[in-house]
Each structure stands twice: as C-alpha cells, then as structure tokens.
Design a protein around this ligand. Structure first.
Ligand SMILES: [Zn+2]
Length: 469
C-alpha cells in the first residue's frame, strides 16, 4: 500500500509538470542548434534567418500584417485576413483560409478567430478546419486546451477540439493558459489563477496592469511600472524592479524594457539585473537569443546575456524568435524498428504513468495530458540511449530537471528527464544502449523515476507505440 501511494505521488506531480513544458520541446531542443529570427520589415515583407545570427536573410512573403513561427512552421496573415502557411523555410505556401482576425500556432495545431468571432482550429497545414464556437472576443491555446472569452468577460475552455466547453468565470479582461494552469485578470485588475479547468480560483494580486505566466512563474506589472514575480500560484511575490514598460519571460530568464528605453534582463527571480542596451523600441527573446529593435528601426541581436550585439538589418517593424533543431540525417536510423528499453532492469510493469490524456488523480479534472511515460527506478539506476544518435541537449531545464535529448535523425528524438547525473554532453554521438545518465528526481518530482518521451516530427508520441528489445 505504501509503495503504491509513493508511485502515485510520482505520476501526479510529474505528469502535470511534464505537460507544462513538453510543448516547448522544439525550443528547448534547439538551444544548442538553430535559432530562427523572423522579421516584419517596414514595407510589410517577412524575412527570416536560420542557423545562426550571421546567416543570410531569406525573403518569405510580402503584404504581411501578422505572422507567427513555431518550430519549422511559418504562418502569416495578410491585411485582408488570408492565412497562409508553410513547413520549412523553402517549402511552398499553402493557403489556409480567409477572413481571419487573429490566430495562434500551438504545437501542430492552428487556431484562428474569424470575422464575427467564429473560432476554428485544425491540426497540421493540411488538416480540416473544425468550427469550435462563435461570437467570441479572444482566445488562447496551450497543449490540447483551448480557452475563449466573450466580449462580456465570460471565460470558457475545453480540452481537445472535440471536448465540451466549460464556463470558468465571468468579468474577465485578459487571460492566459500555461501548462495546466489558467491565469486571468478581471476588469478591476484583480489577478487570479486556477489549476486545471475544475480547480478553484485563487486571487493572486489586485490592481495590476499586465501579467504573464510561463511554466510555474507568474510576473505582473502594476500601472506605475513596478514588476513583481512569484514561482507557483502559492509562491510569495518578490518585487523585481520599478519603471518597467514591457517584459517577457523565457525559461528562467526575465527581460524587460524600462520606461526610458533601456533593455534589462536577469536569470531567476533573485538574479541580478543586467543592462543590455538602450534606445529600445521592442524586443524578443528565446532561450539563447535576445533581439531588439532600436533607434532608427535597426535590429540588433546577441547570443545570451553575455554575448556581443550584432547589427542584423534595418527598416524593421517587428521581430519574433523561435528555435528549430538542425536535422542531422542519420542513414542507419532510416527505419527504427525497435528501441532499447531506457532503464535496464525495469519493464512496462514499472510504468507509473502512461502517455495520454487522463483524469487527474487528485482534482478529477479531465484532459490532463501526459506527454511521456514515467518509469520508476531507484536513484542512480542506468539510463541508456533508446537508439543511436547525437546528444542535442544535456542540462537542467526547469521542471524537467536534468534533461538529455538525443536526436536520432529522420525527425525522431527521445528525451530523458529528472536525471540525477549526466554522463554525456551536447555533441556526443551515442550508440544504442549506451549509458547516458542516471535516474534521479531533479526538477519537479517527488520520487526517483525516468520521464521518457519520444518526439516525432516535433510532437510527443506514445513511447509504447514502439517495440523495445
Ligand atoms: Zn512523466
């Protein structure tokens, strides 16, 4: 009985946390590989740059009013509301639909609000549009969850395109989904959050102006420019700084533009602010790159807080960043027929939480997505590479704890999380069955286990869909 409840604890915590971060996998995986920068020029041409800050610009399309990039995908909206998309910078454009007012890319899903407030979604560029609801004002999507707000402030959400809409609350001004959490600000500036669709609303702060949440971290700005942050709904607010205009969260990093145009950044709630550059109009960051549009619409960027600023181009109206992982074709892996089981000495009977959507064990909320499998094993047990490949990530990564990602080529990657110890580094070529790390409980975890994921074409798939030997 005691053993059973311990195992249950592991799955509860890990599954919730794993889904917070899994959708960012392409970003995380790419930290050691390829940054992508997309820029809307003053003449509304979209240009992108892959691989490195110094690579050449590629002109993508003209007449752009809005655009988004996620992984390899680029989607743009023209002034007349036509949405076009492509997977890969050199692929042909696919016309997706017309009459769009706003849209969002979330994993493989494209969600769009059309004129009249009709919300539609489809999976993949060539998927079929499904009408979700009509008459809405704004929406957000995270993982499989979609939330929408009516103009009277009523907030609704559902899990999955085919899920049932649930009314969450009324009187909402702005809101955001982050992992399993829903954060909302009401019309009086009261900030509240809840854990899952059926959790209870908890009031976090009053009188705020704007907020953001990423992972477990919540940052809020007051109308006077004071920035506060906390980790977790039940965490304690920490005053970060005053005089802020806009801010952005990315992983552990907080970047902010001051009212005087100075761009500052720090790592962690308790880190030290570093002044990066002045004269900033707007900025963007991903895990490595910081980009800023400065005086005279010049785009500058640098690799990391300590990097050197490079001038990239002029006449820039807007900049967005994503990350893509360089594909390393590996002919020997053209047909993966069977993986090596990643924790020798264990088997499927040691899985404490499987892949997929399930009822949350504590809140009974439906639709909590678990993007991998949890394999219980004692601390220090060997973790082996499920297939040969190249290590593209090996560092601590928020709630994942110590995380290794191996690229096997052909758009297949595997990830190994909560490790106690790394035995490989980024760039290592590993063979199938090679010990790469040790089982642990780092990151958000209450017990020793491996959270193992298989990522195919950028999306997590069920590891048990593969054979093991
Ligand atoms: Zn897990």
């Amino acid at each position: 009985m005691i053993k059973m409840s311990n195992k249950l604890m592991i799955c509860i915590t890990i599954s919730v946390i794993a889904c917070l971060f899994c959708m960012n996998l392409s970003t995380l995986a790419a930290t050691s590989t390829s940054p992508r920068i997309a820029v809307q020029l003053n003449d509304d041409t979209l240009v992108t740059k892959d691989n490195s800050l110094t690579s050449v610009w590629t002109t993508q399309i003209g007449g752009v009013e809005d655009y988004q990039i996620e992984g390899n995908r680029i989607v743009t909206k023209s002034k007349d509301g036509k949405l076009v998309g492509k997977d890969g910078a050199s692929s042909p454009w696919t016309t997706l639909i017309g009459g769009v007012e706003s849209f969002k890319l979330e994993g493989n899903r494209i969600i769009a609000k059309c004129s009249g407030g009709k919300l539609i979604a489809k999976d993949g560029l060539n998927g079929t549009w499904i009408t979700l609801i009509g008459g809405i004002d704004s929406f957000d999507a995270e993982g499989d969850r979609i939330a929408a707000k009516y103009s009277d402030g009523k907030l609704i959400a559902k899990d999955g395109i085919n899920g049932t809409w649930v009314t969450l609350t009324g009187g909402i001004d702005t809101f955001k989904l982050s992992g399993n959490k829903i954060v909302a600000k009401d019309k009086n500036g009261k900030l509240m959050a809840k854990d899952g669709m059926y959790g209870a609303w908890i009031t976090l702060a009053g009188g705020i102006d704007t907020f953001d949440m990423q992972g477990d971290r919540i940052i809020a700005k007051y109308p006077n420019g004071k920035l506060v942050g906390k980790d977790g709904i039940n965490g304690t607010w920490v005053t970060l700084i005053g005089g802020i205009d806009t801010f952005q969260l990315e992983g552990d990093r907080i970047a902010a533009k001051c009212l005087d145009g100075k761009l500052i950044a720090k790592d962690g709630l308790y880190g030290t602010w570093i002044t990066l550059i002045g004269g900033v109009k707007s900025f963007a960051l991903n895990k490595n790159i910081i980009a800023a549009i400065i005086t005279d619409d010049i785009l500058v960027a640098k690799d990391g807080i300590q990097g050197t600023w490079l001038t990239l181009t002029g006449n820039v109206k807007n900049v967005k960043l994503t990350s893509i992982t360089a594909e390393i074709p590996d002919p020997q892996n053209e047909n993966i027929t069977a993986f090596k089981w990643p924790v020798p000495g264990t088997d499927t009977s040691d899985i404490t939480s499987g892949f997929g959507i399930r009822v949350h064990p504590v809140t009974k909320a439906a639709g909590s997505m678990h993007y991998g499998i949890d394999i219980a094993a004692p601390e220090g047990s060997d973790i082996v590479a499920a297939e040969s490949g190249k290590v593209v990530f090996a560092e601590s990564s928020g709630s994942y704890g110590n995380r290794v990602i191996i690229d096997h080529g052909n758009n297949i990657k595997t990830t190994y999380n909560h490790c106690s110890q790394f035995l490989v580094q980024v760039g290592y070529q590993v063979s199938k069955g090679q010990v790469i790390a040790k089982v642990g409980s780092t990151g958000r975890s209450t017990g020793n286990h491996l959270h193992f994921e298989v990522v195919k074409n950028g999306s997590c798939v069920n590891p048990l869909d593969y054979k093991y030997n």
